[in-house]
Design a protein around this ligand. Structure first.
Ligand code: SAH
Ligand code: SF4
Ligand code: F3S
Length: 447
């Protein structure tokens, strides 16, 4: 068989883990066509920007990056070469036409449900700048059409089980960019998990925009899916993200008590600690039902730690509403959190609400909130010192003789150890804690 000419593929990924995963899948789809990943866009044959639309800043970043890539494309053309520029992801889905108007160097715009068509669309882009827009919502087709034999990059892997969101929080673009909720059949997910494990994967993170609303066409929910995956020999750890508090059902809570492979760490976004604001956000949970959910899951798994997302400066948010959010953070105690200033997204209900908050107020509230969650994160990390944690060793450290692994709580743990430990789960005594990572010492018999 003759080798196809090697072509350089540069993918830049913005946004959530779903995008990180989709980027890997795009590389998988293109590999048989001779595309190999390159870590720089200079001289690439194909540049893919896998974009995020969640906040205005995320979207604007894409346009400035496109300006830079355009310069590279021109330089390459002057040297007699060709560079194809493709925009994928949620900005592609939301603003397809506008992207092509604003940046004429773009050859191809492709929405998240059309990635299986990439090779065909790129071939067309080579021939003519004809069909440049592919954005539809045929989720099932996408999953069927993407290659099943993935090449996992390491001992952990993302696995998409659900896409889209039917919740329509009033601030959020995801229901528009990712479409309606769609769950993959459990059997297909299990098959993919088995093949990942056969290639050395020890931990999977099940992905979905509203992952705990997962229900496959046969009625299998997330709890049963986790039970099924936990039976795969060699699969040691299961995580899932992102959950909606209103979809945390009793069966999933029970699964956290029963299934050892389900890691005791849960990302459960609350957004605000004020019922008035939660209502305006259309969040479908109140402060009380959120706290109940936290109580239920902690009762099932007492060592469980939580993380969350927060939005400050949602339209109409008063000082008292904001203080209530700080109060909720104090009450729950988070191991980490993401927090954002509310960003007005065109077409979403909140964008046209009265009572939009001043940027300066948002900045001040965000700083206060972040100081509080950072203190909680530091305290949580510091509390691990002296404990023995099971670490999944993932990769070599910066220096020879060092490895980096993850604790059950997703903290990076640096320790002395040989690279042949990669893929093993080993007990480590935590001896130091920094803001974003821990240091540990391998239990003696392993060192
Ligand atoms: N499906 C997930 C994540 C959605 S996006 C969920 O339901 O939690 C990730 C986070 O971005 C959200 O949790 C929210 O905190 C934030 N976000 C979404 N839209 C936003 C907006 N318009 N402005 C600021 N933050 C936003
Ligand atoms: Fe967006 Fe709300 Fe759906 Fe999360 S649950 S993706 S915040 S609409
Ligand atoms: Fe962004 Fe789309 Fe994810 S808007 S957060 S990339 S689902």
């Amino acid at each position: 068989m003759t080798e196809l000419p090697r072509k350089k593929l540069f993918i830049k990924t913005y946004g959530c883990q779903m995008n990180v995963h989709d980027s890997e899948r795009m590389a998988d789809v293109l590999r048989p066509f001779g595309y190999a990943i390159s870590d720089t866009p200079d001289d690439a044959d194909l540049v893919v920007l896998n974009t995020c639309h969640i906040r205005e800043k995320a979207t604007e970043k894409v346009y400035s990056e496109l300006g830079r890539v355009k310069a590279l494309k021109i330089a390459k053309a002057e040297a007699g070469g060709e560079m194809i520029i493709a925009v994928a992801g949620c900005v592609a889905q939301a603003e397809g036409e506008e992207i092509m108007k604003r940046q004429t160097a773009v050859d191809l715009v492709i929405g998240p449900q059309s990635y299986h068509r990439l090779p065909e669309l790129i071939a067309r882009a080579h021939r003519a700048r004809g069909e440049r827009l592919a954005a539809d919502f045929e989720a099932e087709e996408k999953f069927d059409a993407l290659p099943a034999d993935r090449q996992p990059a390491g001992v952990t892997a993302f696995l998409t089980i659900q896409e889209g969101c039917d919740r329509f929080c009033t601030f959020c673009v995801v229901p528009y960019t990712r479409g309606a909720e769609f769950s993959r059949p459990a059997a297909a997910i299990e098959a993919e998990a088995r093949s990942l494990v056969a290639r050395g994967v020890r931990e999977v993170t099940l992905l979905g925009q509203n992952v705990n609303a997962y229900r496959d066409p046969d009625g299998v929910g997330l709890a049963d899916l986790a039970r099924r995956l936990a039976r795969i020999p060699g699969l040691a750890r299961i995580r899932y993200t992102t959950s909606h508090p209103a979809d945390l059902d009793d069966d999933l809570v029970r699964a956290h008590a029963e299934v050892e492979a389900l890691m005791p760490y849960l990302h459960l976004p609350v957004q605000s600690g004020s019922d008035r604001i939660l209502k305006a956000m259309n969040r479908a949970h109140t402060v009380e039902t959120y706290l109940k959910a936290v109580e239920r899951i902690r009762a099932a798994r007492p060592d469980l730690a939580l993380s969350s997302d927060f939005i400050v400066g949602f339209p109409g948010e008063t000082d008292a509403d904001f203080e209530a959010t700080l109060g909720l953070i104090q009450d729950v105690g988070f191991a980490s959190a993401f927090s954002f200033k509310y960003s007005r997204r065109p077409g979403t209900p909140a964008a046209s609400m009265g009572g939009q908050i001043d940027e300066a107020v948002k900045t001040e509230r965000l700083a206060r909130l972040q100081a509080l969650v950072e203190a909680q994160q530091r305290a949580f990390n510091a509390a691990q010192v002296g404990r023995s944690l099971q670490i999944l060793v993932e990769r070599p450290g910066r220096h020879t003789g060092q490895v980096i692994g993850r604790s059950p709580y997703l903290q990076a743990v640096h320790c002395e150890g040989a690279t042949n430990l990669i893929g093993s789960i080993v007990p480590v005594t935590i001896v130091g804690a920094a803001h974003n990572s821990l240091t540990g010492r391998l239990a003696l018999e392993l060192a």
